[in-house]
Ligand binder design. Structure first.
Ligand SMILES: Cc1ncc(COP(=O)(O)O)c(C=O)c1O
Length: 285
């Protein structure tokens, strides 16, 4: 049985109830995070909580909880859910008013919810056993504030579903200038002639914690050339390697794009180097 956290209480997930007037439910008016934890060890905790704080400030939602308070909730969620490989989902919504009205309500307490779900073991960097991914591509039709980790995810859901219905694991997105933004639930990297490139941070993509960790680790511990720059879809389609990154996937090697092979259709050597370094250094932060 999964144990959840709701408004200062730990309780069985199926007993956690919120009001239908909660603005998270009515408007998607909230911010969330997913923090990975391997055997009770949280990965990138401060970076996740910093991003949550920035997101809350970005939508003017005042909660005022310290990272220490969040840390004890996360530790307790891990303990109460068996301390295995867990994703900790944390969500803050603007709370439930007594009516449905778009403007921010006054004197309404935010709703804070958290639960744990099982994730796989930390990915292997072995070509033979690593999970591979296939992707579709589509024009990014989401909003102009994709840097905010909002619970209003319908745009992402529709893009993800498009790839899913094509039999793919993800959908890689591009703007109206055919420049890569990100994927429906991941950031994207490409490799060409050993040079790694990923789009720069702006309002078109989420500042992924895995993205940032990976860039930092590669800069510190490898000689690989890594560039944050505008990436055109022609480059994505002709890349030697494509990777999708997220907290639960780490670095996912993509071997098929729109039904065509990426590079030689197999996991690339640079991915092996990157995933090995990531595995070695990911807890340094
Ligand atoms: C749209 C989007 N981009 C990127 C990411 C990757 O972010 P992170 O590495 O922080 O998990 C996610 C993760 O959920 C996402 O939803």
């Amino acid at each position: 049985m999964s144990i959840a956290f709701l408004n200062d209480n730990f309780l069985p997930l199926e007993q956690a109830k919120i009001s239908p007037l909660d603005r998270g439910f009515l408007f998607g008016d909230g911010i969330y995070e997913v923090v990975p934890s391997y055997h009770g060890k949280l990965l990138g905790f401060n970076a996740h909580l910093d991003r949550m704080r920035t997101g809350l400030e970005g939508i003017n939602l005042q909660l005022g909880w310290s990272h220490e308070k969040w840390k004890s909730i996360c530790d307790e969620l891990c303990n109460q859910n068996g301390n295995g490989n867990l994703g900790l989902y944390l969500q803050v919504s603007r709370g439930a008013d007594i009516k449905r009205y778009h403007a921010f309500p006054e004197n309404v307490k935010p709703t804070v919810f958290g639960f744990a779900f099982e994730i796989g073991a930390s990915p292997s960097s072995d070509k033979g056993s690593a999970k591979t991914f296939s992707v579709s591509t589509a024009e990014d039709l989401r909003w102009q504030r994709c840097h905010i980790k909002s619970t209003a995810l319908l745009g992402n859901v529709l893009h993800f579903q498009y790839g899913h219905e094509n039999g793919d694991d993800e959908t890689i997105l591009y703007n109206d200038r055919h420049e890569l933004t990100e994927a429906a639930a991941c950031n994207v990297f490409i490799v060409k002639n050993r040079v790694i490139s990923t789009p720069p941070l702006d309002n078109q993509l989420l500042p992924g914690i895995t993205r940032n960790l990976l860039i930092d680790i590669l800069k510190k511990h490898s000689n690989l050339d890594i560039q944050e720059r505008v990436v055109h879809m022609d480059e994505v389609n002709n890349a030697d390697e494509i990777w999708i990154t997220s907290s639960t996937k780490e670095i996912g090697p993509v071997i098929k794009i729109d039904g065509r092979p990426v590079g030689n259709g197999m996991i690339g050597d640079i991915w092996v180097e990157a995933q090995k370094l990531f595995t070695k250094h990911k807890y340094d932060y």
